[in-house]
Design a binder for this molecule. Structure first.
Ligand SMILES: [Cu+2]
Length: 131
Protein backbone atom coordinates (compact mmCIF):
# COMPACT_ATOMS: atom_id res chain seq x y z
CA UNK A 1 0.00 0.00 0.00
CA UNK A 2 2.60 2.42 1.08
CA UNK A 3 5.01 1.34 -1.53
CA UNK A 4 2.26 1.61 -4.11
CA UNK A 5 1.56 5.17 -3.03
CA UNK A 6 5.23 5.94 -3.25
CA UNK A 7 5.33 4.43 -6.68
CA UNK A 8 2.35 6.51 -7.71
CA UNK A 9 3.92 9.60 -6.25
CA UNK A 10 7.14 8.79 -7.97
CA UNK A 11 5.35 8.24 -11.20
CA UNK A 12 3.37 11.39 -10.69
CA UNK A 13 6.49 13.29 -9.89
CA UNK A 14 8.09 11.98 -12.98
CA UNK A 15 5.19 12.97 -15.15
CA UNK A 16 5.00 16.38 -13.53
CA UNK A 17 8.70 16.85 -14.12
CA UNK A 18 8.29 15.97 -17.73
CA UNK A 19 5.29 18.24 -18.05
CA UNK A 20 7.23 21.03 -16.39
CA UNK A 21 9.26 21.32 -19.52
CA UNK A 22 6.06 22.87 -20.84
CA UNK A 23 7.15 23.86 -24.35
CA UNK A 24 6.52 20.37 -25.66
CA UNK A 25 2.80 20.14 -24.80
CA UNK A 26 2.29 23.76 -25.80
CA UNK A 27 3.81 23.11 -29.18
CA UNK A 28 1.71 19.99 -29.50
CA UNK A 29 -1.53 21.88 -28.96
CA UNK A 30 -0.41 24.55 -31.39
CA UNK A 31 0.34 21.91 -33.97
CA UNK A 32 -3.09 20.49 -33.36
CA UNK A 33 -4.89 23.74 -34.00
CA UNK A 34 -2.74 24.36 -37.05
CA UNK A 35 -3.75 20.93 -38.18
CA UNK A 36 -7.44 21.56 -37.78
CA UNK A 37 -6.98 24.80 -39.67
CA UNK A 38 -5.26 23.01 -42.49
CA UNK A 39 -7.88 20.30 -42.20
CA UNK A 40 -9.83 22.07 -44.89
CA UNK A 41 -8.63 19.95 -47.77
CA UNK A 42 -11.87 20.89 -49.46
CA UNK A 43 -10.50 24.32 -50.33
CA UNK A 44 -7.83 23.02 -52.71
CA UNK A 45 -10.53 20.79 -54.12
CA UNK A 46 -12.89 23.71 -54.55
CA UNK A 47 -10.08 25.70 -56.14
CA UNK A 48 -9.95 23.07 -58.84
CA UNK A 49 -13.12 24.50 -60.29
CA UNK A 50 -14.16 23.65 -63.78
CA UNK A 51 -12.23 25.74 -66.24
CA UNK A 52 -11.71 25.80 -69.97
CA UNK A 53 -8.90 27.81 -71.46
CA UNK A 54 -8.76 29.08 -74.99
CA UNK A 55 -5.27 29.05 -76.43
CA UNK A 56 -4.20 29.41 -80.03
CA UNK A 57 -7.75 29.05 -81.35
CA UNK A 58 -8.46 25.87 -79.43
CA UNK A 59 -10.41 24.94 -76.32
CA UNK A 60 -8.43 23.19 -73.62
CA UNK A 61 -9.40 20.69 -72.50
CA UNK A 62 -11.53 20.05 -75.55
CA UNK A 63 -13.47 17.49 -73.55
CA UNK A 64 -14.46 18.37 -70.02
CA UNK A 65 -16.76 16.62 -67.59
CA UNK A 66 -18.57 18.71 -64.99
CA UNK A 67 -21.38 18.31 -62.50
CA UNK A 68 -24.91 19.42 -63.33
CA UNK A 69 -25.30 23.11 -62.69
CA UNK A 70 -21.60 23.61 -62.07
CA UNK A 71 -20.09 26.97 -62.90
CA UNK A 72 -17.52 26.73 -65.66
CA UNK A 73 -14.97 29.47 -66.15
CA UNK A 74 -13.69 30.14 -69.65
CA UNK A 75 -10.40 31.99 -69.95
CA UNK A 76 -9.40 33.47 -73.27
CA UNK A 77 -5.62 33.55 -73.59
CA UNK A 78 -5.75 34.50 -77.24
CA UNK A 79 -5.46 37.90 -78.87
CA UNK A 80 -8.74 37.25 -80.65
CA UNK A 81 -12.29 37.30 -79.33
CA UNK A 82 -13.94 33.92 -78.89
CA UNK A 83 -17.20 32.48 -77.66
CA UNK A 84 -18.06 29.17 -76.08
CA UNK A 85 -21.51 28.37 -77.36
CA UNK A 86 -23.49 25.17 -77.13
CA UNK A 87 -24.17 23.89 -80.63
CA UNK A 88 -26.39 22.34 -81.58
CA UNK A 89 -28.79 23.61 -78.97
CA UNK A 90 -28.68 26.56 -76.64
CA UNK A 91 -27.78 25.00 -73.30
CA UNK A 92 -25.11 27.63 -72.63
CA UNK A 93 -23.33 30.52 -74.27
CA UNK A 94 -20.63 32.76 -72.87
CA UNK A 95 -21.11 35.36 -75.55
CA UNK A 96 -18.00 37.08 -76.91
CA UNK A 97 -14.98 36.83 -74.60
CA UNK A 98 -12.50 39.56 -75.36
CA UNK A 99 -8.77 38.81 -75.58
CA UNK A 100 -7.26 38.19 -72.16
CA UNK A 101 -10.67 38.12 -70.51
CA UNK A 102 -12.70 35.36 -68.97
CA UNK A 103 -16.36 34.50 -68.69
CA UNK A 104 -18.44 31.94 -66.88
CA UNK A 105 -21.44 29.88 -67.77
CA UNK A 106 -23.57 27.44 -65.86
CA UNK A 107 -23.48 23.84 -66.95
CA UNK A 108 -26.85 22.32 -67.81
CA UNK A 109 -28.77 20.88 -64.88
CA UNK A 110 -29.32 17.64 -66.69
CA UNK A 111 -26.73 15.03 -67.52
CA UNK A 112 -25.74 14.66 -71.10
CA UNK A 113 -23.14 15.42 -73.72
CA UNK A 114 -23.14 18.96 -75.03
CA UNK A 115 -20.99 19.84 -78.02
CA UNK A 116 -20.02 23.48 -78.27
CA UNK A 117 -18.30 25.76 -80.73
CA UNK A 118 -16.87 29.20 -81.05
CA UNK A 119 -19.39 31.06 -83.12
CA UNK A 120 -16.65 33.28 -84.54
CA UNK A 121 -14.25 30.54 -85.60
CA UNK A 122 -15.91 27.48 -87.07
CA UNK A 123 -12.81 25.37 -86.55
CA UNK A 124 -13.05 25.70 -82.78
CA UNK A 125 -15.13 23.12 -81.01
CA UNK A 126 -15.25 21.00 -77.89
CA UNK A 127 -17.50 18.83 -75.81
CA UNK A 128 -18.93 19.40 -72.38
CA UNK A 129 -20.08 16.28 -70.61
CA UNK A 130 -22.43 16.74 -67.69
CA UNK A 131 -22.63 13.80 -65.37
CU1 LIG B 1 -13.02 31.77 -81.65
Amino acid sequence: MLSAAVLLLAAGGCTTAATTSTPAPATASKTQSAHSGAAAPSSPHAAAAAQITIDNFAFSPAKLTVHPGETVTVVNHDSATHTLTASPGSAFDTGPINPGKSATFTAPATAGVFPYVCTIHASMHGTLTVG
